[in-house]
Design a protein around this ligand. Structure first.
Ligand code: GLA
Length: 726
């Protein structure tokens, strides 16, 4: 595995876990893609180029014969204007106003360690290939980065755009990669949704033309996740070739999938070029976000495991990624804004002896914040409401053996706040125009350093002055009125990306200043669930919807890309606050423990029996937590396609496993239901605790298990099985 350059044929072979990625410098000096898929030998595969026969194709500029046209190559970096009519990877306007460019190979280098992106999150890694491309006429240079991984089935890609001329250039599109795939009959999978219904799966057949997945919200958004997969015909959950692309990016993005009449597919994307233009003065560069591209010959499940491995090993903070997470009690659904000190103390008292180890004080502890209409931005403890300093309630938590967590929403400002009264111009908006409200609040202009300094200082002050172990970082609305009073008119279309750089600057300066604090991301639930956020926050509140039935779909969809340990999942009361649905306690616990587990309810109302129940649930969670943090996920029932949901979590050495099966609607006299978990070692014999029996993996996976679904058991029933090798 690694990076190999074959001088004679000028071919690059990038071998990662389970795949080969091959391209060459062709006779025109263009980087020509040759192959990406299951591992192959280092043969010369340039014969797969489609030689031109169509006389209406445009020739390579200046060459009035030959049989190669740009439109026929598979370009490593697709470019516009000289005969390639597919989606280009970038567009640049020169000082003449033309948009022509021909990025030709100049040189390459192989770095032993992967450089991090300046000001943006990126994967750690080792050997990295950088190919330098140049357009001599306008002086644009591109550094094209490739990092193959031997511990995960992914390759990471990005491009740095550099203006080496004496003139100004304007980038009208600056994507991170072009990916070529060998056929054009894939299915396209994406993750869509909205508040309380995040990351649903949609799979559509590919068509000629462009499938576009994007966000124009200046956040990665719940509307569409920055992810797309290409599924080969006949591929299944566990078999066949599947490709996935995920951006390490938290702002407006675009991913485009183009089926071409040459029988190929071109995928490209990065920063959204909608409402985008970026001025590059002489000598300036633009770094683009990283694209993580997975290849799996083991179906959709193999692609998910490739992303999970990649993110656990290379994106999420190693200090937390595989460490047991706090089991929290959060007061939001218990009190909303309506709490006082006696109430908080009762919530803390309520969890005594249950194994819950962290109390999180949610929204409403600061400024004059008693509803969602005021005080965002005023990160000063409301000592009237808390009857004194925050220390009092923190001490009370500590005396009761609990750590302490606190809610912030640092990127926001309420109109009714001291901050807004002092600095109305700090809110994003166009002078002399009224701004849009969303959840009654505005957003701060994070492109401005003085605004970021204020946030960093005021948030860090609260954390520094108090013993805080956990921060829930919320973000409850999306950008409107995109404009910064500090940017010149001809740079206003840089706003969405500059906002992202501002967010990452905040994350760096607050997370790094508090290395012992675990941060949880949140965005009105899972409205900003992406690999960029995960670089700083090891877990994200998956959804405000805590209903177990809804969560089977939300967590299943989220698991397509993101590891279970990145999803915060809480057990909550019934009737559920979002759906009104009543689901039994066992099912709520079984589904919530497929993530970073906690509680979202009023524990002041706990009876002794409730406490006993919770203690048992927490014990059960702790017994399987290492599988949530480190195990491989195999999905065997898909709630989008059937009445069921099924996950098996298997330890890397396959000695332990945890099977979760869930049945939505109970039908009397229905056909018997067997489940066929996947991912076990067929030659290992496992003791199954719940059945008090031992069976070989081959038996469990092929003969199946018969879950308990009694005729009158009701709806929303779960069965779990704990397996250990004997
Ligand atoms: C968002 C979060 C909730 C809660 C509230 C507080 O909606 O998703 O969990 O923190 O904000 O206002």
């Amino acid at each position: 595995m690694g990076i190999f350059y074959q001088k004679e044929t000028k071919t690059f072979y990038l071998d990662g876990k389970g795949y080969s990625y091959v391209f060459k410098v062709n006779e025109y000096g263009v980087l020509e893609h040759l192959y990406f898929g299951k591992t192959i030998a280092h043969d010369d595969v340039s014969y797969i180029r489609d030689r031109g026969t169509n006389s209406t194709e445009a020739t390579i500029p200046g060459i009035d014969d030959g049989d190669a046209f740009y439109n026929r190559f598979m370009p490593e970096v697709a470019f516009f204007g000289t005969g390639d009519y597919r989606e280009p990877c970038f567009m640049v306007r020169s000082n003449l106003g033309d948009r022509l460019v021909q990025p030709h190979y100049h040189s390459h280098e192989i770095l032993e360690t992967k450089p991090q992106i300046d000001g943006m999150p990126s994967m750690s890694g080792e050997q990295t290939l950088v190919v330098h491309l140049k357009d001599e006429i306008i002086g644009l240079e591109l550094d094209v980065y490739y990092t193959p991984y031997c511990d995960a089935g992914v390759i990471s890609r990005r491009i740095i755009y550099k203006n080496m001329s004496n003139d100004t250039l304007e980038l009208l599109r600056a994507y991170s990669f072009t990916l070529n795939l060998a056929r054009n009959d894939y299915s396209v999978m994406s993750l869509y949704g909205g508040w309380a219904s995040e990351r649903n799966i949609e799979t559509i057949p590919m068509h000629r033309g462009v499938v576009s997945i994007d966000s124009k919200r200046t956040t990665s958004s719940a509307t569409l996740n920055p992810f797309v997969a290409l599924i080969s015909p006949n591929a299944t959950e566990e078999t066949g070739s599947v490709y996935g692309v995920n951006l390490v990016y938290s702002s407006s993005f675009a991913l485009k999938v183009e089926g071409t009449h040459q029988g190929r597919t071109l995928v490209t994307g990065g920063i959204n070029d909608f409402d985008f233009a970026w001025k590059l003065e002489s000598g300036e560069t633009l770094e683009t976000p990283e694209a993580v591209i997975a290849y799996s010959s083991e179906g959709i499940g193999g692609m998910s495991r490739a992303f999970h491995d990649a993110y656990r090993e290379h994106i999420i903070n190693p200090r937390y990624v595989k460490k047991p997470r706090p089991v929290v009690i959060n007061n939001w659904e218990a009190t909303y804004f309506n709490f006082d000190v006696p109430k908080l103390k009762k919530i803390i008292d309520g969890v005594k002896g249950t194994g819950i180890d962290t109390f999180v004080l949610d929204d409403g502890w600061f400024g004059d914040r008693n509803s969602d209409r005021s005080a965002l931005g005023d990160w000063v403890v409301n000592e009237d409401k808390l009857e004194g300093p925050l220390k009092n309630i923190i001490d009370y938590a500590h005396q009761n053996g609990l750590k302490f967590g606190l809610w912030f929403e640092p990127e926001m400002v309420s109109e009714d706040s001291d901050l807004f009264r002092a600095h109305p111009d700090w809110a994003i908006g166009v002078p002399n125009r009224k701004r849009c409200y969303s959840r009654h609040q505005y957003m701060l202009d994070l492109t401005r350093s003085e605004v970021r300094d204020y946030i960093v200082n005021s948030v860090n002050k609260v954390i520094r002055e108090n013993e805080i172990d956990y921060v829930k970082w919320d973000y409850n609305r999306n950008v409107t009125d995109s404009y910064s009073i500090e940017l010149p008119a001809d740079r206003q279309m840089e706003f969405a990306h500059r906002y992202a750089l501002g967010v990452y600057d905040l994350f760096e300066r607050i997370v790094n200043a508090n290395p012992d604090v675990i941060f949880e991301g949140c965005a009105g639930g899972g409205g900003r669930f992406d690999a960029g956020v995960l670089h700083y926050f090891p877990q994200i509140w998956t959804s405000d919807d805590t209903d177990a039935e809804e969560r089977t779909r939300i967590q299943y969809g989220t698991s397509i890309v993101y590891p279970l340990s990145s999803m915060s999942c809480h057990f909550s009361v019934v009737p559920n606050h979002q759906t009104g649905r009543i689901i039994r306690e066992k099912t709520r616990a079984d589904i919530a423990r497929l993530g970073a587990y906690g509680y979202e309810l009023d524990s002041s109302k706990f009876t002794d029996a409730d406490r006993e129940m919770v203690a048992k649930q927490v014990d059960e969670y702790k017994a399987m937590q290492s599988l949530v943090l480190k195990g491989d996920l195999y999905r065997f029932e898909n709630p989008y396609e059937s009445n069921y949901f099924g996950f098996t979590l298997v330890s890397k050495d396959k000695s332990h496993a945890h099977i979760t099966f869930y049945s939505r609607i109970n039908r009397p006299n229905s056909e018997p239901k067997f489940i066929y978990p996947t991912g076990l070692d067929e030659n290992k014999k496992y003791y199954i605790k719940e059945l008090d029996t031992a069976l070989y993996g081959s038996t469990i996976m092929n003969v199946g298990l018969k879950p308990e679904l009694a005729r009158n058991c009701g709806d929303f029933v779960s069965n779990t099985y704990s397996l250990s090798e004997i």
